[in-house]
Ligand binder design. Structure first.
Ligand code: ADP
Ligand code: DP6
Ligand code: CO
Length: 342
């Protein structure tokens, strides 16, 4: 989930962003993609099933990932299984891919990020690609921009890069998943419905029509990226929360500044945000940060376990699960559920 948002490309084909971005990768025990790749000489073409349904692999993004991984394939030999595939054979062999998200697809919970990161990683493993996750991130980026960040755990930055071919527009890990242990993530699943405007077409429309976009990318984000990096490294929750919430609100403001306007958050997302804002103000120091990507689902990040328990109690009171407003919550830690009385 991004805390500094990527929205707008400077190169549509290579998927290069107009500004740098930062995200946190969710713990895979809760939200994840599982991708299995099979190879066989009897397969006559590459095929893929997403959440059990066959989909076309003809799109440029899938083709780019397959081509780039195949170009880096190596010999694979496993005597115990009697497998021997020479480096050059990979060009002729076809794959069958099955990928499943255990969370809503195309609903603003970063399924394209999780999906393409997992796809590139799985293909690289199968074909014995030796590149590190940084290099693989430049391939995942060509599937979906946000996917480059999801090859690393913890907090991750997608750097702009200078090369025209995009080879240095990669993701770097800022801190690993254990670094900020206190932070607790709660996801409010407001709607599992597929969004009306995909991220790719939404951001293209914003670049073409929003007058605020350029100001955001050039003047606002570069400063915020520096401040955010600093806050993450110092585990400075107050600054982190201020920036995360401000980013969320500016991102949705430029969506509204797009013509026709794009509404990703809905009334429930707004009410959840107000609830967090009121609580933070009543305490005096931020207890929780909120952010939504391109969809109505709200990701909440609490200062610590105690704050997470109090936040969850508040949410359950105002927005009971399985109600008309909200589907469910995804909570990082069972102890918090117990403390919150669930
Ligand atoms: P999200 O907010 O969920 O990232 P996007 O509009 O960015 O939504 O992207 C959704 C698209 O990402 C899907 O329509 C599909 O093409 C692709 N996608 C989602 N999950 C996977 C997956 N597991 N493997 C490959 N591609 C995926
Ligand atoms: C709002 O990476 O899904 O989640 O590169 O066109 O596939 P494409 O778009 P995508 O956009 C993500 C947008 C965002 C913000 C973010 O993740 O930084
Ligand atoms: Co996406």
């Amino acid at each position: 989930m991004s805390v500094i948002k990527y929205w707008g490309k400077r190169d549509e084909k290579l998927i290069l962003a107009m500004n740098e971005s930062i995200s946190v990768t969710f713990d895979p025990t809760h939200l994840c993609t599982t991708t299995t790749v099979a190879v066989s000489p009897v397969f006559d073409r590459d095929r893929m099933w997403l959440n059990g349904k066959e989909m076309s692999l003809s799109g440029r993004r899938y083709q780019n990932c397959l081509r780039e991984i195949r170009a880096r394939a190596n010999d694979v030999e496993d005597e115990t299984k009697g497998i021997k595939i020479a480096k050059n054979d990979w060009e002729k062999l076809h794959v069958h891919i099955s990928s499943n998200n255990n969370f809503p697809t195309a609903a603003g919970l970063a399924s394209s990020a999780s999906g393409f990161a997992c796809l590139v990683f799985a293909l690289a493993k199968l074909m014995n690609v030796q590149e590190d996750n940084g290099k693989l991130s430049a391939i995942a980026r060509q599937g979906s921009g946000s996917a480059c960040r999801s090859l690393h755990g913890g907090f991750v930055k997608w750097v702009m890069g200078k090369e025209e071919d995009g080879s240095d527009s990669i993701a770097v890990q800022l801190v690993d998943e254990k670094y900020w242990d206190d932070l607790v993530i709660i996801i409010a699943v407001v709607s599992s419905q597929q969004k009306e405007t995909s991220s790719s077409s939404g951001m293209l429309q914003t670049v073409e029509t929003s007058t605020l976009m350029e100001y955001r990318a050039k003047e606002v984000v570069p400063k915020r990226v520096i401040e955010m990096e600093e806050a993450i490294k110092n585990r400075d929750f107050s600054t982190f929360a201020r920036l995360t919430c401000a980013e969320n609100n500016q991102f949705h403001a430029i969506c509204l500044d797009t013509s026709p306007p794009i509404f990703y958050m809905n009334d429930t997302s707004h009410r959840i945000i107000s609830c967090v804002e009121k609580w933070n103000r009543s305490v005096g120091t931020p207890q929780a940060a909120y952010t939504c990507d391109a969809g109505p689902n709200v990701v909440l990040m609490a200062r610590d376990r105690e704050a997470a328990t109090l936040l969850l109690r508040r949410l359950l009171f105002h927005f009971p699960p399985n109600s008309t407003d909200i589907d469910s919550y995804v909570v990082g830690d069972k102890l918090i559920l117990k403390d919150a009385g669930v």
